[in-house]
Design a protein around this ligand. Sequence first.
Ligand SMILES: C[S@@+](CC[C@H](N)C(=O)[O-])C[C@H]1O[C@@H](n2cnc3c(N)ncnc32)[C@H](O)[C@@H]1O
Length: 328
Amino acid sequence: MTSETASITVHASQFPENVQRGLREGLRARRIAPKYLYESRQQARKWLALHEAFSPSRTDPEASAIYDRSFAAAAGVMGQNAARLIGLGCGGGQKEARLLGLLAQKVNELSYTPCDGSLALLLASVREAQTAAPGAPCHPLLCDLGAAEDWAEVFDQLDPRMAQRLYTFFGMIPNFEPDDALRRLAALLRPGDLLLLSANLAPGPDYAAGVRRVFPGYDNRETRDWLMAFVTDLGIEPDDGAVEFSIEEAAGLRRIAADFRFLRNRSLMVDGERFDFGRGELLRLFFSYRYTPERAGRLLRAWQVEVLDQWITPSEEEGVFLCRKSAG
Ligand SMILES: C[S@@+](CC[C@H](N)C(=O)[O-])C[C@H]1O[C@@H](n2cnc3c(N)ncnc32)[C@H](O)[C@@H]1O
């Protein structure tokens, strides 16, 4: 890889036929998988704008500070000889780049595998890494983390050297079903590996009230604009319906959901398959679970993942957790 080229490994889960099949399955089930919201350049651009405007890690200096503290702690635990950073759902990769810069000061043989379902965001993460740690080998992976079951094998093939691994899973856990995410993460962790994950939290002592408090961070023009980029790409007209936000209970937690409600009948052809949506029907576009530090800890422990340390913003809206596989 030079500054003028990038070699990217594409997992079969992101081969066009599989991406298209997943989209058709989602349309049949009226439930779109999160990865479809970041795919096009326009979606990636709108999401990055939304992230700049609303993500605590960009807008709240205290959130940026907890990430820096967690990076310093993780770098402190990593050995000096060989280390590998694997960014799961790295998006634009800004957080991993900061972590990479820190690790580069300490680790002799450092490599990086950014991993995301969006090519546009993956390329942005490669650029960030080149600036943060210019000499570190980078093996980007375009992959559907929700569909692939062979994460561990793929990471071994991409860089077979034995090295301690530090996985990141930033901002991802809210968009996955909790047990599905933890089953996959727990299976990856070997003794000595570390996991840094972050979650959006519900602030305050009253969980339900905390979720209501953060609701405006979703129900806003920028989020609608981002979600509508997916809807209109499908061939749905903006005035065929409207995006609605709600709070619901699932998996013993609360989550904020966004649906497109059709206000008139609409038929679509996608890869030769016809989809008919009736007036009043809903198409689920998005959900984001809100955790509390206790709820996140309970989920991790249930999957034998131990929290070594955690950092919570004073606003209690964002938390970062440094984890490893439990000994027992
Ligand atoms: C909420 S963003 C978080 C990005 C970044 N980690 C951060 O903290 O800013 C979610 C990211 O996950 C990616 N993503 C969502 N579902 C995915 C999937 N099934 N497989 C791979 N990437 C996925 C999206 O492309 C996007 O970059």
